[in-house]
Design a protein around this ligand. Structure first.
Ligand code: HEC
Length: 243
């Protein structure tokens, strides 16, 4: 009887039905195999305190010194190395004292101190475009205190005097200098440049917000133009352009 059945199935070109254990094992594996994908999906979306599984390490994880940590390699035990004295970043030598600083410094052996000499003259091409640029930069950065015309009556100055006049307790205020005052007219160009970069007395530094030396010199040129128009004396701007 069994032989006959087998014979019939072979004729129909079918394989015999697999045994029950094989089918169930196959089904079990099928179910288990989805678990791998489920686990991957879960770990890709779920939060974990453990670091990610990182199959290809490249050089991501290796022995290294971290900032502000200690290191046994160096005698002083510091992982962060101090800058080597006199190091200059490539392209940042800024050797031109006049252009970059507005003053030159020399060492006075008698006093044992460095002394600054402010340089006169504007070391960039002085033309209408530069003055326009200076005007825009001045109106953005300096006008709030020194005013559009440089007389020191900008909106910040106005508000501060208002508060002071109304007797706000303990309020004292150093008013912005009148930039067309003869004292400032007499300052070398490099002095005004340095005031922009490093600030002066109660005025803060603007070097970090006006980083391009040409922009700074443009402002100096524009301050000179304001002085010329306010005082009507010697054409300081034209005078500077001849230097
Ligand atoms: C937040 C207000 C404020 C801004 C903005 C400001 N200044 Fe001043 N400036 C002052 C004050 C205040 C003084 C006077 C400081 C003192 O005498 O202690 C001063 C002084 C000066 C002086 C006179 C320095 C000297 O030789 O005695 C110059 C020049 C000057 N500022 C230029 C500028 C320029 C250029 C800008 C724009 C880049 C500018 N300031 C932006 C407040 C300001």
């Amino acid at each position: 009887m069994a032989d006959k059945k087998k014979h019939v199935r072979q004729i129909n070109g079918r394989f015999p039905k697999p045994p029950f254990w094989m089918t169930s094992l196959f089904l079990i594996f099928l179910c288990l195999s989805t678990l791998v994908f489920a686990a991957v999906l879960r770990s890709r979306t779920a939060f974990s305190k453990e670091p990610r599984i990182h199959l290809i390490q490249d050089m991501d994880n290796q022995i290294k010194s971290k900032t502000q940590h200690t290191s046994e390699v160096f005698a002083d035990g510091r992982a962060s190395r101090p800058k080597v004295l006199g190091t200059v970043a490539r392209g940042r030598l800024e050797a031109d004292d006049h252009l970059y600083r507005g003053f030159s410094s020399s060492f006075n052996t008698t006093s044992g101190k460095f002394e600054a000499t402010f340089i006169d003259g504007i070391p960039v091409k002085l033309d209408e475009a530069l003055l326009k640029r200076g005007q825009a930069k001045f109106n953005t950065n300096c006008m709030p205190c020194h005013g559009y015309d440089g007389h020191g009556n900008g909106p910040v100055a106005g508000r501060a005097s208002e508060l002071q006049n109304n007797g706000v307790a303990g309020m004292s205020w150093v008013p912005p200098t009148n930039l067309v005052d003869p004292t400032i007219v007499a300052r070398p160009d490099g002095h005004i440049y340095n005031t922009i970069v490093n600030g002066i007395r109660n005025m803060g530094a603007y070097g970090s917000s006006i980083q391009d030396p040409t922009d700074r010199w443009a402002i100096v040129a524009y301050v000179r133009a304001l002085q010329t128009s306010a005082t009507g004396t010697k054409p300081a701007v034209a005078q500077n352009s001849e230097k």
